[in-house]
Design a protein around this ligand. Sequence first.
Ligand code: ADP
Length: 483
Amino acid sequence: MTRENAATLFIDGRWQPSSEHRQFDVVDPATDTPFGSASDGGRADAHAAIDAAARAFDSWAGETAYVRSAALLRAHRLMTERADDLAALMTREQGKPLRAARNEVNYGADFLIWFAEEAKRVYGSMIPSPRADHRLSVLRQPVGVVAAITPWNYPISMITRKVAPAVAAGCTIVLKPAEQTPLCAVAMFKIFEEAGLPAGVVNLVTSNHPEDVGDVLLESRTVRKLTFTGSTSVGRTLGAQAAKTMKRVSMELGGHAPFLVFEDADVEHAAKGAALVKFLNTGQACICPNRIFVQAGVYDKFVDVFSARVKAMKVGNGATPGTSIGPLIDTEAMDKMSRQVDDAVTKGARVLAGGHRVDVDGVGGQNFYAPTVLVDVTEDMEIYREETFGPIAAIIAFDDEAEAIAKANDTDYGLASYVYTDDLRRAVRVTEKLRFGIVGVNDINPTAAAAPFGGIKDSGLGREGGAQALDEYLDVKLVGMSL
Ligand code: ADP
């Protein structure tokens, strides 16, 4: 794509430049250099996309579930065929190591096939009426035009996680991807186009002015639902805007996952798991542990094994084989790492690994931060409350189960949590007391397209994935009939 003719808006089945002919650079976070450009869509483009989605709605909602399912299956096949190219683009645009990008493409494709199948199971129900000459039935119908706003950290799977259930339910959609990763979105919408989705069913508005596009989507009465993944602060703003037109809302926001390791756990397995999930996507995932609580009797052993694994991680360009830690997304993220580490060290934490920026030979980028281990972390430190979203592990000792649960729950967030123990009774007790939407028991990957992903408290509303996710795109209609 050349910088002169970016036409990355997909509206009413046509690729087009922004109506104001603006565009913006897309930057490789590993090298800090632009490698492409995207159309900078604005208010008029957002209006055009909503209009196209509204025009397409009646006929798409009126198609059979089998037709919608077949389109999603075609998209799944194309995505699978292009997996390597999609992964390479993701590594360039977002920075994650190629192998992780490949995993994300597979995960993203799972949503297409799972909701293709689920589209055929949008059942209604009959309810026995208290009157003999009366019938009650319940229909589930598509909510209408959906606005979707997606983040940069999982630039492909967050798109399919929203588009697949929306399209399966019979909705039409306008999607605004993050300004850091518009090209992954373009690649996915080319797949939707080739899969034969009718004009207007899926619409893409890339933009470097998220508030302008967001305002139009949120103010519109035609848009009946917002699905958002991003920060809690933006989620709050969008939720307040959505309230004015009483839209359905689902939000997947920030997290501050606790990772509990009890004395009766397999400590090596726990340390290995903690290192993998903490540094997943360079720590830029909402399910990354933010506080690792380790029981006193196994604390030293855990810290030794964990630190050794972290020190062995290779920082570099995600495209270089063997890289386990790619760049952070931008300098703002780098500044946050320095700030959280400085704050913690000033208040008494010790750095056992990392704690500094890294120069990667031959790359030239400024966004590499060494995987970092902080011990002696206390409640007064910023990292204890604020989401890190980067490669810093904060380790804290605890004495007993009640203390661990109280500390784990002492956060405004409520997305993922992890418990390591080999005591079955303890696993059940702790799982039931953790106030989070997701609990991994000796498990760092409690996610799948078929499973309901989402949080409570400041981590969001609603669920994505699984049968629950389809309900987010369906209205319930009660029909009473007198005979
Ligand atoms: P992150 O911290 O992951 O960058 P953000 O919440 O800032 O999370 O961004 C997530 C998504 O929300 C991106 O697509 C971004 O463009 C979008 N966004 C941010 N601010 C607004 C806004 N005021 N209106 C609409 N979208 C927004």
